[in-house]
Design a protein around this ligand. Sequence first.
Ligand SMILES: C[S@@+](CC[C@H](N)C(=O)[O-])C[C@H]1O[C@@H](n2cnc3c(N)ncnc32)[C@H](O)[C@@H]1O
Length: 268
Amino acid sequence: MRYNWINAEEFSFNSFLLLDRWIIEMICRDYREWTEYEQSLGAALAYNPAVAWYFVQRSPESKAYVEQIIAAAAKGLSAEEVRRAEVFVLQAMETSVVYAYPEIMNRNCNYIYDWDKKHLLDLADFRDALVLDVGSGTGRLAFAAAEQARRVYASEPTDRLREYIRDKIKRENVSNVKVLDGTADSLPYEDNTFDIVMSGHVVGDHYDLELAELTRVVKNGGVIIDCIGDDDHKRKPDDELLRRGFEVFYHVSKSGGDIYTYRKKITK
Ligand SMILES: C[S@@+](CC[C@H](N)C(=O)[O-])C[C@H]1O[C@@H](n2cnc3c(N)ncnc32)[C@H](O)[C@@H]1O
């Protein structure tokens, strides 16, 4: 699916030098059935040795694959052909490339710029709460919650996005948002820590694992919230969350998208 969050023509292939190990690993692992993508990635890496070197150093688990697709890459490509391969890969991976450019993410991702924080603040009582935001991105949920909460921990596995949130905290003199690394299936917090654990556009690859971890760090009587932003997608409610006991709330976004948000009170 193409989102057009970036126009890849405007981006250097060196953008990949800004990305973390987990993203390099994903882009070398998850699209192996897609022939045009694999050939383009092989060609782009063959003609960008510094990026190929970075892929292997940063993600040793991708080494054999990187070497294999570089070896299979067409020889003697023109500069135009190389650029076409680079642009194909950049556009195909736009949802990850954009993590290297948080300002562009805020500006171009409708789920961020079209969102109204009331859709989060209506879901729970944030006043004086200790809150965790899992997969914070540019901090859409974290900064909204921080207006009422005692403290918000923004947990984010992408370095460029952690930096962006830290810079914003400094720039706007926000005293109650703290930034940490961490993934939904491995959160760096003690059991029973938070009143509210929230996320948006994060849970869903491994529901059982992720929700077990979110549940572990929430206090008895606390809530888990899933609050996506306001995009233009027509969608159905998430049956996996409903099956696991989440309440669902629905609204239509300004751009006509079906937006479902979820809440579950946790009793331990
Ligand atoms: C689509 S963005 C959403 C950002 C933010 N939650 C929002 O809704 O505005 C997904 C975010 O989740 C992070 N992420 C990806 N995989 C993750 C995982 N397994 N655990 C936690 N965060 C993850 C990404 O780095 C990215 O910041």
